[in-house]
Design a protein around this ligand. Structure first.
Ligand code: FE
Length: 339
């Protein structure tokens, strides 16, 4: 090998090394999740690693559309969002790259991660009932919402919302497609009104006596419970909460999660960020930002509403598996008229 060739190879390495360090000095985050604590979450990462975070915040579908349009030239390193069926949808589009990380494998329980994306917080989908018109004993399971005794008493947000699709996907897994379809038909037959609004609207309708029972994510409940507003306190006073399916497969849980993108220009920084999100400090910020629970078992957060709700048995179905039956759940809801 002559001297010039060696020199040019060395120069080549130098260029590559320079590019790698320049590339990993920044991180481009596409986020469909935005909470007050995010600022602290991200600035702490920058302080620890020197990696600057550029954040693009938009609605889930807009971000996915953008990532697809940008294709191989996409600057996006990380996609972060809520809901397992949304993460699964993103995964189906083939936008993620698998990440092998000992830190993530050790800290995040196996059922809360997939090859391509990781969960960082959990929320539960619980039953909320009006204490004057419904007995807790009558609404102990998701299945119970289909019983004739609740005719005209059930309120729900749309059946095409990801939270209900993820729940439907879990029901298909546990009870089978046929039983889930019968269940969906009977729940629809029990509706007090056509589905409208979000989870908080359902909780308020239950408190107002417009309906007797609904299902809602725990963080909406916690938000009301932690609120100082008189009207929110009045809502909380009227309602009771049930951890569904404690004697069977456990309460359905959903997640917030993130993954590294296939075309990420800063893969080194992206892995560091995914690992940072599983650190004790980040876990606390991440969970507290939306009244959720950390996924790392050793991390404890103190949230008076979640403490009041207490402990429960969660469904341990792998979140990645919800993706397999999500499309089926949507079809079942459509056939059952749960729109
Ligand atoms: Fe939500």
């Amino acid at each position: 090998m002559n001297k010039t060739l060696i020199a040019s190879i060395l120069a080549g390495f130098g260029v590559l090394a320079a590019q790698a360090s320049a590339a990993d000095a920044e991180l481009n985050l596409y986020s469909a999740r935005h909470y007050q604590t995010d600022e602290a979450l991200y600035s702490s990462f920058t302080k620890q690693t020197g990696i600057k975070i550029n954040r693009i915040e938009a609605k889930e579908d807009e971000l996915l559309e953008r990532i697809r349009n940008e294709g191989a030239n996409s600057p996006a390193d990380i996609f972060i969002t809520v809901d397992a069926s949304r993460l699964a949808k993103a995964d189906e589009l083939g936008i993620f790259a698998p990440v092998k990380s000992k830190v993530l494998e050790e800290r995040i329980p196996a059922h809360l991660r997939t090859e391509n994306w990781y969960s960082y917080s959990t929320r539960a989908r619980v039953i909320v009932y009006n204490k004057d018109s419904v007995k807790a004993d009558d609404v102990q399971t998701y299945e119970s919402l289909a019983t004739p005794a609740l005719k005209g008493k059930v309120c729900s947000r749309s059946g095409s919302h990801p939270y209900n699709i993820s729940l439907g996907a879990a029901l298909v897994k546990h009870n089978g497609a046929e039983a889930t379809e019968t269940w969906a038909r009977n729940v629809v037959a029990n509706f007090a009104r056509a589905p409208k609004g979000g989870d908080t609207d359902q909780i308020k309708a239950v408190a107002a006596g417009e309906c007797g029972v609904t299902i809602a994510n725990t963080y909406y409940l916690a938000r009301l419970m932690n609120s100082d507003k008189v009207e929110d306190k009045a809502v909380v006073a009227k309602i009771g909460t049930v951890w569904p399916n404690q004697k069977t497969w456990g309460t359905h849980i959903n997640v917030s999660g993130a993954g590294m993108l296939k075309n990420a220009p800063n893969k080194g920084a992206a892995v560091k960020f995914l690992e940072y999100l599983a650190s004790d400090e980040a876990q606390a910020y991440f969970a507290n930002g939306n009244n959720e629970w950390p996924v790392v078992a050793s991390v404890k957060v103190s949230n008076s509403a979640l403490d009041t709700l207490g402990k429960f048995k969660a469904d341990n179905l792998p979140v990645g598996e919800l993706a397999n039956t999500a499309a089926e759940a949507q079809k079942i809801y459509d056939r059952a008229g749960f729109r």
